[in-house]
Ligand binder design. Structure first.
Ligand code: FES
Ligand SMILES: [Fe+2]
Length: 377
């Protein structure tokens, strides 16, 4: 009987998979990518509990700037309120429960598109037409449920778990490690949303190893970094990372001449950070880009994709031109990653597929698998 016929519980299969030491490790079992039940477990045990990035704070500067997001089935709006605070709240009307805001933008008040109940930016009800005859109705009794929201390194992060550890605490080590980059001051110049036909973990894993760069990205950036110069240390409890060294083929990848925060070799080092569960950050001395992932069923991943320049490049008049060139390249890189990760999904859905052994360059993948296994339990 083959391994596939045993009909094991995916969580049990994953436990067995990560029980092997890294030196003998194999990729995760197929079922954790394809099972509807496992995907539902991930939503409950991971996405309903962890901090998830919805975007960068520089898109939410002024009162009324808002962004919407759906986290674990809950529509959420994140906005800058009239008092200047960042606020996340339910994006569902308190009348007959329509969703309220869509997409992103700027608004003075939140008006329901169904019967016009209107809310202040702090979620309190401002007005509701033709409700005066209902003796139970009292405007003051209504406020949209509030959701925890924190800023970390310039990202707006939300969680549905009132007990979640504050980010400054759980991410203090990564914060210290990259402190010299000044990432909180990097400016976002684009934010896009995409949906790819692959499991969210396939894309997460693709991000956390640079083993695929020379081949998958042979048409673009494959030649920029050498496998020998990739450093994949063991992970931390809340994140993993690896680093690669870049030469100045791409002027934005290395520190700006005016950058006095970074010294020596660090001026050429790119960090690839995975903040568990699903914020993936490429941090270079000159620019950054990120993906924030959310499952949409086992077979699709919803992606927020954004990025921009470090402050020293942002104030360099030539840099935006460099960045536009770079964004074109990045889009091509993403087409390559889309191809690779969608091919993996097709492959792992097939009857004859089996997970193979991992390279030492896939250390973060192993640690990610271990983390998933612990959370899903
Ligand atoms: S559902 Fe929003 S006003 Fe009726
Ligand atoms: Fe890639």
């Amino acid at each position: 009987m083959s391994h596939h016929d045993q009909n094991l519980d995916p969580a049990a299969e994953l436990r067995a998979n990560v029980a092997r030491p890294f030196e003998e490790a194999r990729a995760m079992p197929r079922s954790v990518y394809t099972s509807e039940a496992f995907c539902a477990q991930e939503i409950e045990s991971i996405f309903r509990k962890q901090w998830i990035a919805v975007g960068r704070v520089d898109g939410l500067c002024e009162p009324g700037d808002f962004i919407t997001y759906e986290l674990a089935g809950q529509p959420i709006m994140v906005l800058r309120d009239a008092g200047g605070a960042l606020r996340a709240q339910s994006n569902v009307c308190l009348h007959r429960m329509s969703t309220l805001l869509a997409g992103e933008g700027k608004t003075r008040a939140i008006t329901c598109p169904y019967h016009g109940w209107t809310y202040n930016l702090d979620g309190t009800l401002r007005g509701a037409p033709a409700m005066g005859l209902n003796k139970g109705f009292c405007k003051a009794g209504y406020q949209l449920p509030q959701i925890r929201c924190e800023e970390w390194m310039g990202w707006v992060m939300i969680t549905l778990d009132p007990e979640a550890t504050p980010l400054a605490e759980s991410l203090s080590e990564v914060g210290a490690m990259i402190a010299d980059y000044g990432l909180e001051d990097y400016r976002q110049s684009f934010r896009e949303e995409h949906i790819w036909n692959t499991n969210w973990k396939v894309l997460a894993e693709n991000f956390m190893e640079s083993y695929h760069l020379p081949v998958c990205h042979a048409g673009t950036i494959g030649g920029f970094s050498k496998l020998e110069e990739m450093h994949c240390p063991p992970s931390h409890p809340a994140f993993n990372y690896h680093t690669i060294v870049k030469d100045d083929t791409l002027p934005l990848s290395v520190a700006h001449p005016g950058n006095t925060r970074l010294h020596g070799e660090q001026r050429n080092v790119t960090y690839l950070l995975t903040i568990y569960p699903s914020l993936m950050i490429t941090l270079t001395p000159g620019y950054f880009w990120y993906l924030s992932l959310h499952p949409q069923g086992p077979d699709h991943v919803r992606i927020v994709f954004g990025g921009g320049l470090s402050p020293d490049f942002a104030s360099d008049p030539k840099a935006q031109g460099y960045f536009d060139t770079f964004k074109t390249l990045l889009d091509e890189v993403n087409v390559e990653d889309k191809g690779c990760t969608e091919r993996v999904y097709r492959g792992l859905c097939s009857g004859l597929s089996e997970p193979g052994h991992l390279s030492h360059l896939e250390r973060p993948n192993y640690d990610f698998a271990t983390w998933i296994s612990e959370k899903v339990g």
